[in-house]
Design a protein around this ligand. Sequence first.
Ligand SMILES: [Zn+2]
Length: 97
Amino acid sequence: MHQIQCPWCGVRDEAEFQYQGDATKLRPKETASEADFFDYVYSRKNPKGWHVEWWHHVGGCRQWVKVVRNTVTHEIVASGGPQEKLAVPRSSKGGRK
Ligand SMILES: [Zn+2]
């Protein structure tokens, strides 16, 4: 069982959270093209390595938590609130050595 540090509740089991997707996507401006909105809504990468993700603490405070997780090892190195800028390790594969 993985554990996630919720900024409001502390360390909790992953079962209390739901994965909500890529946290690096930014909503385009209102004047952006239809293609830009299509990309924002439907296009996602499937990265191997470190990834900044949204997790929803549905079994706790119901807040959205930003998490830096390695998609290979599932190691989590940082978490924070929606406005926080989290450091992402440089290694493309990352994970434990
Ligand atoms: Zn919480």
